[in-house]
Design a protein around this ligand. Structure first.
Ligand code: PLP
Length: 298
């Protein structure tokens, strides 16, 4: 038997109105999330006990839901109040809020009935560990074909191609895979990608081929405010080798420099100045935006 403290340390969750924890909460094997990967999710980060960009994550959750024709039966404010309650039960400086909504439970059939009750899970758990040394040295990556579907702008729980790419990267001894579709860079397995190329910050445009990352949005805004030339456009695979800097962005990674791609060394082989400046601007932005009022969605 685990002590309550151990269980609590692993996180707390709310599942269709009931409080529980990640170890013991259960869903039916006839849940369409389990059967078909028929669901969506969000991951938001908590800094100093306060969710960061929570309204943006909830807005994307509603966009993902609309994209898979799923009506979320609770309001954005309700997500906010449940998150607040869970954070009270799981006090921690750094944590993540995980939200998952599946279409609900029904006998296995591709065709769903209109009256299904979605399964809603909202959890707070410890942050995923990112080795601090990796940010100092920068990480390595390989390029792999992007094998995903045509709506990568929706944050669905169907992550098998991402999981395969991550595993293949790990087998190759590197941190992540940069995915390539039709010779164009899309994104990392769980991150967006930026290049600093000819004094310009370049990142793939926010269309259906990538997730419109919340961190990506913040970095673009901060870069423009700091006077960087910023371009959102198609990025050819070869440009990865021409860039002076490459870095990943995500809720868990914040900004993570990539210093080696396949056999190619990026720039000097160390994290670059643009990435460093933008990471420090990002950290300032986080500090400014994690005050109590950001728990409110309004
Ligand atoms: C495929 C993919 N792209 C990009 C991101 C980054 O998004 P965000 O900055 O909102 O965390 C994620 C985050 O998990 C992701 O899974």
């Amino acid at each position: 038997m685990e002590s309550e403290a151990t269980q609590t340390a692993k996180g707390v969750l709310w599942i269709n109105g009931e409080l529980g924890d990640f170890q013991t909460a259960q869903v039916s094997l006839e849940d369409r999330g389990f059967q078909f990967g028929d669901g969506i999710y969000e991951v938001a980060r908590v800094y100093q006990g306060v969710p960061f960009m929570f309204a943006e994550h909830i807005a994307r959750l509603f966009r993902s839901a609309a994209g898979i024709e799923l009506a979320i039966p609770i309001s954005g404010d309700k997500f906010s109040s449940i998150a607040r309650e869970l954070l009270n039960r799981f006090p921690s400086n750094g944590a993540e809020i995980y939200i998952q909504i599946t279409r609900g439970i029904a006998p296995r059939n591709l065709l769903w009935a209109e009256d299904l009750q979605p399964t809603i899970i909202i959890g707070v758990r410890p942050l995923r560990f990112v080795p601090p040394a990796l940010r100092e040295t920068g990480c390595s990556a390989i390029t792999l074909p992007d094998e995903r579907w045509a709506r990568c702008d929706l944050k669905t729980i169907c992550l098998l191609p991402n999981a395969l790419a991550k595993k293949r990267a790990a087998r190759a001894g590197v941190f992540d895979a940069l995915m390539i579709r039709d010779n164009l860079l899309t994104e990392g397995t769980a991150s967006n990608v930026f290049l600093f190329l000819n004094q310009t910050l370049v990142t793939p445009a926010a269309d259906n081929r990538i997730l419109h990352g919340v961190t990506r949005g913040v970095v673009l805004k901060l870069a423009r405010e700091r006077g960087y030339r910023v371009v959102e456009r198609e990025v050819k695979r070869e440009e990865l080798y021409e860039a002076q800097e490459v870095f990943l962005t995500s809720t868990s990674l914040e900004l993570m420099p990539v210093v080696k791609i396949n056999e190619h060394t990026v720039g000097t082989g160390a994290p670059g100045d643009a990435q460093r400046e933008l990471l420090s601007a990002f950290r300032c932005f986080v500090r400014e935006h994690t005050t109590q009022r950001d728990l409110e969605l309004s």
